[in-house]
Design a protein around this ligand. Sequence first.
Ligand SMILES: [Fe+2]
Length: 70
Amino acid sequence: MEIKKKQEKHGERTKAILDKYAGKYAKETTGQKVYSCSVCGFEYVGDLNNEPDDYKCPVCNMPKAVFKEI
Ligand SMILES: [Fe+2]
């Protein structure tokens, strides 16, 4: 497969992930903590400390420890 076609497929997969989760997780962020997954960039709005220790990123499935407050 040509590189161009691979890149197009990657773009389609990324768009599908964003479409799937954007509405579900989009929240008003004013005054709230925001954390970013250092692996995929998913943003968690709220206090991540309220999530269980086994919380995983809903996009890339990495553990809570990879999130950084932004
Ligand atoms: Fe992630």
